[in-house]
Write a new protein. Structure first.
Length: 200
C-alpha cells in the first residue's frame, strides 16, 4: 500500500493524505476571507463596511455599526443586534456562536474569543464555546472576553478586564480575572446609542 510521510514522520494512507490536502486548501480559503475582511475594515464608510460584512455572512441589526479596523475569525457565526456599536480595532471571533444583543456598546480594542487551545491536550488542540452578550451591556476599552462566557443584560465590563466566567445582569466587573466590583443603579434601561461618528 502506498503511504505518504508527514513532517513528523507519521505515514498517511492515500485517503488520509487526500483529506489533509482538502482540509489545508479549505483553511487557506478561510484565511483569505479573514484577510479580505481586514481590508474591508479599513474602508472609511460605515455603509460600505456593513454591506461587505453582511455579504460575508455577519448578521448586523438595524442601526448597528462596526468601526474601522475590526478583525473577524469565521464571520458566519457572528450576530450583532440592533442599535449596537463596535469600536475600532475590535476582534470578534466566530469560530463558535457569538451573539451580541441590542444597544450594546463595545469600546475600542476589545477582544472577544470563543476558541482557545486546550493546554492539557497532547495535540494542543482547539476547543470552542459560544459567547453571548445580552442587551444594554457596556464593555470598556481593551477588555478581553474568553470562550463560554455569557454577559447578562445591562452589565458593565471595566477597561482592561479579562472575563473568564459569566457576568450577572447589571453587575460591574473589573480586573484580571474579572470580579464583581459594583452594580449598575439604573435597571430600567431604554436608551438608544444613536448614530456612529462618520469616518470611523
Amino acid at each position: 500500500m502506498i503511504t505518504f510521510p508527514t513532517k513528523s514522520g507519521r505515514l498517511l494512507s492515500p485517503g488520509q493524505a487526500g483529506y489533509k490536502i482538502v482540509s489545508r486548501v479549505f483553511n487557506y480559503i478561510k484565511e483569505l476571507d479573514v484577510f479580505l475582511l481586514h481590508l474591508v475594515g479599513r474602508i472609511p464608510s460605515h455603509h460600505l463596511r456593513r454591506f461587505f460584512y453582511r455579504l460575508d455572512g455577519i448578521r448586523i441589526g438595524s442601526g448597528s455599526t462596526v468601526h474601522m479596523g475590526a478583525r473577524f475569525y469565521n464571520p458566519h457565526l457572528i450576530r450583532l443586534g440592533e442599535d449596537s456599536i463596535v469600536g475600532e480595532n475590535v476582534v470578534l471571533d466566530g469560530r463558535d456562536k457569538l451573539v451580541i444583543g441590542n444597544h450594546v456598546d463595545i469600546a475600542s480594542e476589545v477582544m472577544i474569543y470563543n476558541s482557545q487551545h486546550d493546554i492539557n491536550d497532547k495535540d494542543f488542540s482547539a476547543v470552542t464555546a459560544p459567547v453571548n452578550i445580552h442587551d444594554y451591556v457596556f464593555i470598556g476599552p481593551r477588555a478581553i472576553i474568553l470562550p463560554g462566557v455569557s454577559i447578562g443584560r445591562g452589565a458593565v465590563v471595566g477597561a482592561g478586564a479579562v472575563v473568564t466566567k459569566d457576568v450577572e445582569e447589571f453587575a460591574i466587573v473589573g480586573g484580571v480575572p474579572a470580579q464583581k466590583i459594583g452594580e449598575r443603579k439604573n435597571k430600567d434601561l431604554h436608551y438608544r446609542l444613536g448614530r456612529a461618528s462618520w469616518f470611523r
